[in-house]
Design a protein around this ligand. Structure first.
Ligand SMILES: [Zn+2]
Ligand SMILES: [Zn+2]
Length: 292
């Protein structure tokens, strides 16, 4: 997992070439290329990923690229995708935001842990509501957004009164907070920080070991979630969509025309045949009940 905001000329050409390279190497994953930089998560064997990192660092633009690695069994993606997008994270602001020019102060895990325990700080989750629900930092604010591009409106309407407070932002690997924290500064917030390397790096840090993170971290690959906190006792933050008991089981609705991701405990999964509603249980394209 890595990202860097750096100018990439002719991203289409670079993406095509890069996809060829990754395929030849045998990597799987998802990489985004944009005129403003690169952001990717890939899986492969030790030697494949090592080769990839070496190859990337030969490129002047990526020689200081920070790769966050994790040991997992097998691939966590089915395919290799390299896509070109206008922005690394879709924000769609009328004005350009370059994190290399304007961004919140980076905090290392140890500094973050210290600062987040002060009582004059606001901790802002820089991700979406469903990611928050699976797990988040203790006392963090849950932004009611379904996608990143909803942040500006929410900040404008709801969050702006924290302008004079110390604001701590975090996200999965750091790429979103580079923008979000910059945006807050641009909107007149005075004191904005971001967790360097995000939750992933915080979890791997040998000193903090994910301390004060509750629940699990949502990830955008086949694992769906990963454990974060190896310091405190595990707390479940999710609640079953049907019966309300604490659960961290995220499942997709078995109605193929719905497929909504929702929390469902084991008992309810059986009772509801993994459907999110009565209506979905009766739906014609039901994976389990096959109502058609
Ligand atoms: Zn339940
Ligand atoms: Zn459904």
């Amino acid at each position: 997992m890595y990202y860097k905001y750096v100018k990439i000329n002719n991203p289409e050409f670079f993406a095509e070439e890069h996809l060829g390279y990754c395929r030849d190497l045998g990597l799987k994953g998802r990489i985004l290329i944009s005129p403003e930089g690169i952001n990717g998560t890939c899986s492969g064997s030790f030697s494949q990923t090592e080769k990839y990192i070496e190859h990337m660092r030969l490129d002047e633009r990526f020689k200081d690229l920070w790769f966050k690695t994790d040991e997992v069994r097998g691939h966590v993606f089915k395919k290799m995708h390299v896509r070109v997008k206008q922005e690394l994270v879709t924000f769609r602001l009328p004005v350009d935001l370059d994190p290399n020019v304007l961004s919140g102060k980076h905090l290392e895990p140890k500094e973050w842990l210290e600062l987040m325990q002060q009582d004059d700080v606001i901790i802002l989750d820089g991700r979406t509501d469903y990611e928050y629900d699976l797990g988040h930092f203790k006392n963090a604010i849950r932004p009611p957004v379904k996608s990143f591009r909803e942040f500006p409106e929410w900040v404008e309407n709801e969050f702006k009164h924290y302008k004079d407070k110390k604001v701590l932002t975090y996200c999965t690997g750091g790429v979103r907070c580079e923008k979000l924290s910059g945006y807050l500064l641009q909107q007149g917030f005075k004191d904005v920080y971001q967790l360097n390397g995000g939750i992933v790096n915080y979890s791997h840090d040998p000193d903090v070991k994910g301390k004060l993170f509750e629940g699990k971290c949502y990830v955008f690959d086949e694992r769906i979630s990963v454990p974060v906190n190896f310091a405190d006792e595990y707390t479940v933050t999710g609640k079953c969509h049907h019966c309300g008991v604490p659960t961290d089981r995220y499942v997709n609705c078995a109605n193929l025309d719905c497929h909504r991701q929702h929390f469902e405990c084991e008992t309810c999964e059986e009772k509801w045949a993994r459907s999110c509603s009565e209506e979905c249980m009766q739906a014609p394209r039901h994976e389990i009940l096959q109502n058609a």
